[in-house]
Write a protein that binds this ligand. Structure first.
Ligand code: NAD
Length: 271
């Protein structure tokens, strides 16, 4: 009999952390290998079953990620950029499949993740849903088909607790639009507007960020010219799609060669 696939969750008391635990627990062939959160979190020492509203699992939340990585086949990380830097190093040491959903990474955080991918399988995406990964492809195709007479604006809305802006997904869509147009996003991005900013420069890719309530995740890419407007949109109904995507990525990564992979690879959408 194949032994169960042991999946651990760092940041397991968070919104995505709990959803990841719930998804692993409900998936045949997978077991919750453990969960961690930051020192001082009220969840430390609690049984993971209680955290997700099921019977006790006999596994408690730890603040020691070293131990956690040692007892897992895969680790799912939706935390903060600072925590992800540490976790990426531990994933490389332990050579576990490492799934990174954390957004807002600075270039130096990203470099640590890429370094880890030399030694182990890393799957990273700012958005683990099938719909957004398709939206990314469509955005690139439409941007390629239309010239700079079409102004590209990316609008996103998230719940009031989100800490990074624009969202990682909005930036991912911006990258896709820029790639379609054959330009570098950093050269054409306008990440916020305020005051007497003047007329919109031709070729700009603009971002607008809305925050409020409990919205899990909404993104639209707008292509606007004189006389018509094309809009591509995605709305997540719940966080479950991200957790299902993250676990799918972990399972896909089992037995692969070390490297940095994306959800497009997992979903078979890469070119
Ligand atoms: P959250 O604040 O609810 O959860 C983060 C958790 O990480 C908290 O429990 C926090 O205590 C914990 N944490 C912080 N430092 C830690 C450390 N050093 N060790 C262990 N745990 C630590 O946030 P969230 O809404 O769950 O989002 C988390 C991240 O996931 C954000 O960057 C968000 O943008 C991203 N996200 C990505 C996707 C995707 O599909 N890739 C989807 C949703 C959210």
């Amino acid at each position: 009999m194949t032994p169960p696939f042991r999946v651990a969750v760092v940041g397991c008391a968070g919104r995505m952390g709990r959803m990841n635990l719930t998804t692993i627990h409900a998936t045949e062939g997978c077991v919750v290998a453990g969960g961690s959160d930051q020192p001082g979190s009220p969840a430390i020492g609690a049984d993971i079953g209680g955290l997700i509203g099921v019977d006790p699992l006999g596994v408690t939340v730890t603040d020691d990620p070293v131990e956690l990585f040692a007892q897992a086949d895969a680790v799912i990380d939706f935390t903060t950029p600072e925590a992800t830097r540490r976790h990426a190093g531990l994933a490389a040491q332990a050579e576990v499949v490492y799934v990174v959903g954390t957004t807002g990474l600075a270039p130096e955080d990203q470099a640590v993740v890429e370094q880890a991918a030399i030694q182990t399988v890393v799957i990273q995406s700012a958005n683990m849903s099938l719909g957004v990964n398709l939206l990314q492809i469509l955005t690139e195709q439409v941007a390629k088909a239309l010239d700079a007479d079409y102004d590209i604006e990316i609008v996103e809305m998230h719940h009031r607790h989100k800490v990074d802006s624009p969202s990682g997904t909005a930036l991912m869509l911006g990258q896709a639009a820029a790639a379609g147009r054959g330009v570098n996003l950093d050269d054409v991005a306008c990440r916020a507007r305020d005051g007497q900013v003047g007329a919109r420069p031709r070729g700009e890719i603009g971002f607008a960020t809305l925050r409020g309530g409990d919205v899990p995740d909404e993104h639209s890419v707008i292509f606007a010219t004189e006389g018509e407007r094309l809009e591509l949109s995605h709305k997540a109904g719940s966080r479950e799609i991200f957790a299902k995507g993250a676990l799918k990525a972990a399972l896909w990564g089992r037995g692969r060669h070390p490297g940095l992979y994306s959800m497009r690879d997992v979903l078979g959408l890469a070119d």
